[in-house]
Design a protein around this ligand. Structure first.
Ligand code: FES
Length: 370
């Protein structure tokens, strides 16, 4: 095989099968390398690495109008990215402090319905502007060089010259003298850093302040009504039936967490009924009412099989036994469906005796402590 080493200091240039030169560490002592200026090390390293520079565009002339205009453009984009990031932080922290409180329910046209979209838009804008600023900086202000390089094993020489190349890159970037860009970069970095830290706030701030997840609109004396708003008397349903009911409050039939199943038990079911501990008397006559929200993952449960007294959840097939306080008897759900205490008002219509005594729906963080 013919070997051809073109690196300076080598015996290359001739097609020879003789031993190769020992390498650049043999050509230059550490002291010689330490005494060389950065530019010379950079060039030397390139030549030893077999780098062939094909084209060099040095970028705009320092201090020229073109450079000043490019610096202003890049600095403006970075500053806008910082503004968007700080806007995110202000909205995230300020909600509930000097801005309206964000509620977990969504009502159109309110601060709560704009809160999350605003955070998303500002974060997206900040990241897009960061990308745009970097592209502008690279295209307009950095020198451009086209080079090809052969790859070979590393050595002390390589480490020193590569370090010089990297330092040279930083020097060529002009960041040290382009103060507007370094300041806008620092501003943007501060905003982005804070913005990325903000999600940790969810670990500190209790989103369930006031227990909105543990309460519903059911309250003493609130009537049970159908979806069309009509109230219900005990004689309206036949044994074995199930009806979905809502609290008679404004918008009650749109409150997903208040949806309730009103079930009239058959005589044989009443005979074997075993309420959960502490829930004796929650029913009214042969009626019982349970939350419609599955305690596994929150699907609506209302597939009622009266022959087996089971309510089935269609999502993951949990089953709840109506005659035993809607305890789970099959599937992934581990908690009973909460039971609504029933009564009848002076006009003979069903009312709640109180809200549910436990949170409806799936388990969530700190649920048991509320
Ligand atoms: S949501 Fe009901 S079983 Fe999963």
């Amino acid at each position: 095989m013919t070997t051809h080493d073109t690196r300076p200091g080598s015996a290359g240039g001739a097609d020879t099968a003789g031993p190769l030169h020992g390498g650049p560490d043999d050509d230059y002592t550490p002291e010689q390398l330490a005494a060389m200026p950065r530019e010379e090390l950079d060039r030397l390293g390139a030549s030893y690495d077999g780098v062939q520079i094909l084209h060099v565009d040095p970028g705009p002339e320092p201090g020229s109008a073109l450079e000043r205009r490019s610096v202003r453009q890049v600095g403006t984009v970075f500053a806008l990215a910082g503004l968007a990031a700080f806007g995110f932080v202000v909205i995230y922290i300020g909600s509930g402090w000097f801005l309206p409180e964000w509620e977990w329910t969504i009502d159109s046209g309110t601060w709560s319905s704009w809160f999350t979209p605003m955070l998303g838009v500002l974060m997206g804008l900040a990241l897009i502007l960061v990308g745009l600023g970097l592209v502008l900086y690279t295209r307009k202000l950095l020198p451009h060089e086209t080079a090809v390089q052969d790859k070979h094993d590393g050595s002390h020489f390589d480490r020193v010259t590569t370090g010089a190349t990297l330092v040279g890159g930083l020097h060529n970037s002009g960041l040290a003298r382009r103060k507007l860009i370094t300041r806008s970069l620092a501003f943007m970095g501060g905003g982005l850093g804070l913005m990325l830290l903000m999600p940790l706030g969810g670990l500190i701030k209790n989103p369930n302040t006031g227990n909105p997840l543990g309460t519903t609109s059911w309250a003493p004396g609130v009537r049970l009504v159908r979806n069309d708003g009509t109230p219900i008397r005990p004689g309206d349903a036949v044994p074995g039936s199930l009806e979905t009911v809502f609290p008679e409050v404004p918008g009650g039939n749109r409150e997903a967490d208040a949806a309730t199943m009103l079930i009239r038990l058959r005589p044989e079911q009443v005979a074997v009924e075993e309420p959960r501990e502490g829930q004796d008397g929650f029913g009214y006559g042969d009626y019982v009412a349970f939350s419609k929200i599955c305690t596994h993952a929150g699907c609506p449960v209302s597939l009622y099989e009266q022959e087996t007294s089971r309510i089935l959840c269609p999502c993951h097939q949990s089953q709840f036994l109506v005659t035993q306080g809607a305890k789970p008897v099959f599937g992934p759900a581990t908690r009973a469906l909460p039971q609504l205490p029933l009564d009848v008002d002076e006009d003979g219509y069903f009312v709640a005796r109180s809200d549910y005594l436990e949170a409806v729906g799936p388990t969530y963080w700190n649920r048991e402590r509320i």
